[in-house]
Design a binder for this molecule. Structure first.
Ligand SMILES: *[C@@H]1O[C@H](CO)[C@@H](O)[C@H](O)[C@H]1NC(C)=O
Ligand SMILES: *[C@@H]1O[C@H](CO)[C@@H](O)[C@H](O)[C@H]1NC(C)=O
Ligand SMILES: *[C@@H]1O[C@H](CO)[C@@H](O)[C@H](O)[C@H]1NC(C)=O
Ligand SMILES: *[C@@H]1O[C@H](CO)[C@@H](O)[C@H](O)[C@H]1NC(C)=O
Length: 203
């Protein structure tokens, strides 16, 4: 993928207009670190990658929702580490995560995976029965997806290809610049997908 390198730390101290508070604010080192970590992707405490990174241009307010009052910032919502800790690791809404280490993050991640992998993880690579039954699949993923990082879809395509071999006869994958999660963004919307799939299968 071709793009300019971008270092958020070069923008620390720069003023900008915050639309939600309608006031001038300055980019903090913490904000740059959040952006940098988002573009790097989650890591275990031993440095190994957990999952693909988000692309630059994806909305950070969905990926890392943060409220700041003065110098104190909190994150929250159902995508947050705080929520995962309370709901899935401790199973106690009154519990509070304090002074968490990166190693604690590993443990919270594993708890979330145990809950969701069996019903949400779609990483089956053996699509030969689907192929042999005449199935065809067109997938696309917006590169500004602020919810599910698009690298996962490319990774899956490659894994299927590694397992089966040449998959171009039944599985196509497209990356859509600037498209957000399924719709929205500046990149335009893939259209007529079902008709295209039908032409591919029938003609
Ligand atoms: C920023 O991300 C890069 C990897 O993309 C990483 O090597 C570097 O340590 C990060 N910097 C900070 C200060 O987090
Ligand atoms: C930020 O505060 C607003 C208003 O209280 C709330 O609706 C929202 O969920 C909070 N977001 C986070 C990330 O805590
Ligand atoms: C978290 O760490 C700070 C700084 O070391 C310490 O002052 C505080 O008591 C700790 N809080 C808890 C709940 O352990
Ligand atoms: C994959 O198969 C298609 C036909 O289904 C063929 O056109 C293409 O050249 C093949 N690619 C490779 C790398 O073998």
């Amino acid at each position: 993928m071709c793009r300019e390198p971008f270092d958020p730390f070069e923008y620390v101290g720069k003023s900008f207009k915050c639309s939600s508070t309608n006031s001038q604010a300055k980019i903090s080192t913490a904000a740059a670190a959040v952006a940098n970590a988002t573009w790097r992707g989650p890591r275990f405490s031993n440095g190994k990658s957990i999952y693909q990174r988000y692309e630059i241009g994806s909305y950070l307010n969905t990926i890392a929702p943060t409220n700041c009052t003065g110098n104190v910032c909190t994150s929250g919502g159902q995508g947050s580490v705080d929520f995962a800790y309370k709901a899935l690791l401790k199973k106690d809404a009154a519990s509070a995560i304090t002074n968490a280490t990166h190693r604690d993050f590993d443990t919270i991640y594993r708890a979330v995976k145990q809950v969701f992998a069996s019903n949400l993880q779609t990483n089956e690579v053996d699509l030969r029965d689907f192929r042999d039954a005449g199935g065809k699949m067109i997938t696309y993923h917006g590169l500004a997806d602020q919810s599910i990082s698009p690298g996962g879809t490319l990774h899956y395509y490659k894994e299927v290809s590694d397992f089966i071999g040449n998959i171009t006869s039944f599985y196509k994958y497209y990356r859509v610049p600037s498209l957000e999660h399924c719709w929205g963004g500046n990149g335009g919307q893939p259209e007529g997908l079902f008709a295209q799939l039908r032409y591919w299968v029938e003609d």
